[in-house]
Ligand binder design. Structure first.
Ligand SMILES: [Zn+2]
Length: 263
């Protein structure tokens, strides 16, 4: 395996929705991707012949060997939060293109307006190309909780994912991307298999499964921005990664005040 780029989506914005539309209060409008844009992006991945793997399969030895032969990173698609648009707008497009995806669900929000219902979660997980992961229970930022509260969030969410899907194993993505070595350690002890972060970059072979970098796809991305995002050598991507890494470092120091919800 050479390397993989893991894409991070949130809500898909329906055609004709007003600017700034969000499916639920949890959502940040900057992370909404238009329905037509999403179709174009998935078509682009197929047309350009990217090797598209599920996030969990990246953890298997030898994953992405074909991608290595092509000289380009493999691509994996993930969704955070668990909006009903995962089921209503994203899943049909992913199915049409045969693109696997992991849906990280904030399990305490299941059934709330604009969020996935229990039956939608079960329906998604029944499709072989889809997998359900945890995005915490309440969407509180795990790195800001006491050890006891963090363990409780991790355990309750994993139990719910297991109960709704029948999956024995699950991956997690930390709400707001706010994680730490302590959170990663607690997640491992709780029984999670891997952790996807909001740290930009490539997932390299043999990399730490509890520190999988991801790239956010945002409302401002045109198709050419999306295409550049997939090319780690493009100046735009390098600039974007650098800015995001700097913001994350600042967040770790300053706390959450100056920045949006992000992830
Ligand atoms: Zn989130």
């Amino acid at each position: 395996m050479r390397a993989a780029l893991v894409l991070m989506y949130h809500q898909i914005v329906p055609e004709g929705a007003s600017p700034g539309w969000v499916p639920a209060p949890l959502a940040d409008p900057r992370y909404g991707v238009g329905q037509k844009d999403f179709v174009r992006q998935m078509a682009h991945l197929r047309e350009e012949g990217y090797t598209i793997l599920s996030l969990d399969s990246l953890l298997a030895p030898g994953a992405g060997d074909e991608a290595a032969a092509s000289g380009r990173p493999a691509v994996a698609v993930t969704f955070d939060d668990g909006y009903e648009t995962d089921w209503r707008l994203a899943a049909p497009v992913l199915s049409k293109f045969g693109i696997p995806a992991t849906f990280f669900v904030a399990t305490g929000h299941i059934g709330a307006p604009g969020m996935l219902t229990e039956s939608m979660v079960a329906e998604l997980s029944a499709r072989p190309i889809f997998r359900i992961g945890s995005h915490g229970e309440s969407h509180r930022f795990l790195s800001e909780l006491s050890e006891e509260e963090c363990e409780d969030e991790l355990r309750r969410s994993l139990e719910k994912v297991r109960a709704l899907t029948g999956q024995k194993e699950a991956e997690i993505s930390a709400p707001g991307g706010r994680t730490s070595p302590r959170v990663a350690d607690l997640a491992r002890k709780t029984g999670y298999r891997a952790q996807a972060t909001s740290r930009p970059g490539l997932f390299l072979p043999g990399g730490d499964p509890f520190s999988i970098p991801r790239l956010p796809v945002m409302s401002r991305h045109s198709l050419s921005d999306f295409s550049a995002l997939l090319d780690p050598r493009s100046p735009a991507t390098r600039r974007d990664w650098w800015v995001r890494s700097a913001k994350q470092a600042a967040r770790a120091v300053l706390g959450t005040l100056p920045f949006g919800k992000g992830g």
